[in-house]
Design a protein around this ligand. Structure first.
Ligand code: GUN
Ligand code: FE
Length: 450
């Protein structure tokens, strides 16, 4: 501590034990017998060595007996960041994976999403998806809702009530929909987007923000894309959509927007490619398009379960990283059949290994790299890395308390194992039974309060 005076922040909690997180330089940094203090605003006040307890307790004014000590078979890691999930599609997760994207949307997705006009149904499903993802360690989620403004606001309320950090998007679509009653006029889409943003901001939920959400270029007229780009620009808002997921989609986008050089150029021309944009998939982007992402600071959400389940393609994450494009992982429920980010971690490695089988020169992603993508990478992809993603002092304490020896759990703890090996095992074998506690901005949100 550089200054000898007591800092003016008050310490709410101190934890001692093993912490593992990522930094820009190190994919997995292991801090054994560390002390982490959380202030009354839920921010990380210090992360230091255990032997500094005496000095820290004096500097920060807490009693050493108040420190929460982790067991040997426990560790803290940053919360998982799901950069792409459709909250309303949770109602049919784990089913309907027998068609390619465009047919899947018409057959299953649009009819289901149209039911979210019913606020009671929305409340039930949205409570389920928020609680399920939180229990599985998703401390931050970037949600697509449906076209319905009131139900989308309800999703924001539910995320806030459970204490999950969330970006919430009311979906916009004014063209090309086979389901007649699941479409907006251009004017409705603009007006309702503005109403959604204004109303959500007015509620001042501390961890929930709106995100401008054109579904994808095939669901929106050029006019609507441009108007949404303007709306986002005016208030410097987040933007999310889909890009280059499946080859048929790419072909139709090219035919519908002949004046654009590429799919990426369609979004660029409409002011939708910014440093607060996250685009899902990107399996079929060219190197030139990745350069545009890099230049604009836009990011990609890699959704490997969905890419495989809908036979969309295999994203070459190594190539995306070589282009220095920000990238996070997403479940893409229900194109992806699991709402757990641990599944996204595993499918990311599988995809990388399939690419290696196809081309032995392809350098597979290490588990350390994938851990970083699921945490710090996700926070960067959502431009929330000033608040979350790792255990840097000043960030919010978004964390999972992992117990690899949970009774009845899916894995066995081997006593002599090094922490990094334990982390690797948890990522490959663990599930929500191992996630003993979840913290968002310092608040314990799992186990749920009765
Ligand atoms: N492209 C446009 N809408 C969707 C959707 O709901 N899911 C997926 N995976 N891709 C899309
Ligand atoms: Fe999606």
């Amino acid at each position: 501590m550089a200054h000898s005076d007591r800092p003016d922040m008050a310490i709410a909690k101190v934890y001692r034990g093993t912490f593992m997180h990522s930094t820009q330089q190190t994919a997995v940094q292991v801090l054994e017998d560390a002390l982490l203090g959380v202030d009354t605003d839920g921010k990380i006040a210090f992360i230091r060595r255990g032997e500094e307890l005496g000095a820290l307790s004096q500097t920060f004014g807490f009693s050493p007996s108040d420190v929460t000590q982790l067991a040997k078979h426990e560790f803290f890691m940053p919360g998982l960041v799901d950069t792409h999930i459709h909250a309303c599609q949770y109602s049919y997760v784990g089913t309907a994976l027998d068609m390619p994207l465009l047919q899947w949307l018409d057959t299953y997705t649009f009819p289901v999403e149209s039911q979210f006009k019913d606020l009671q149904f929305a409340e039930r499903v949205y409570s389920q998806v928020v609680s399920r993802t939180l229990r599985n360690g998703t401390t931050t989620a970037c949600y697509f809702a449906s076209i319905h403004t009131d139900a989308s606001l309800l999703l924001g309320k539910i995320a806030n009530d459970f204490g999950q950090r969330a970006l919430v998007g009311k979906v916009c679509m004014d063209t090309n929909n086979s389901v007649k009653h699941y479409k907006e006029t251009n004017q409705e889409s603009q007006d309702e987007t503005c109403r959604f943003i204004a109303e959500l901001l007015k509620r001042k939920y501390p961890l929930v923000r709106p995100v401008v959400t054109p579904r994808f270029a095939l669901s929106c007229t050029g006019a609507l894309l441009g108007q949404l780009g303007e709306i986002a620009k005016k208030d410097n808002l987040h933007i999310q959509s889909h890009i280059s997921e499946n080859l048929e989609e790419v072909k139709i986008v090219k035919a519908l927007f002949p004046e654009s050089e590429s799919y990426t150029d369609v979004y660029l021309k409409h002011n939708l490619l910014t440093d607060k944009t996250v685009m899902a998939h990107g399996c079929h982007l060219s190197d030139k398009e990745l350069d545009l992402f890099k230049e604009k600071g836009a990011s990609l959400s890699h959704c490997p379960n969905s890419n495989i389940s809908l036979c969309s393609g295999l994203l070459n994450v190594r190539n995306v990283l070589k282009h220095q494009v920000k990238l996070g992982l997403g479940t893409d429920v229900a194109g992806g059949y699991s709402a757990s980010m641990l599944d996204a971690v595993r499918r990311t490695r599988d995809t990388s290994k399939v690419l290696n089988i196809q081309n032995p020169e392809h350098e597979t992603l290490t588990f350390e790299e994938v851990f970083r993508l699921a945490t710090l990478g996700g926070s960067q992809a959502l431009s929330l890395d000033d608040k979350t993603g790792n255990f840097e002092v000043g960030k919010d304490f978004d964390a999972l308390r992992v117990n690899v020896a949970a009774p009845g759990g899916p894995m066995d703890w081997i006593q002599s194992e090094k922490p990094k090996i334990t982390l690797e095992k948890f990522l490959n074998l663990g599930d929500d039974r191992n996630i003993a506690e979840v913290y968002v901005a310092g608040r314990k949100v799992v186990p749920f309060k009765e």
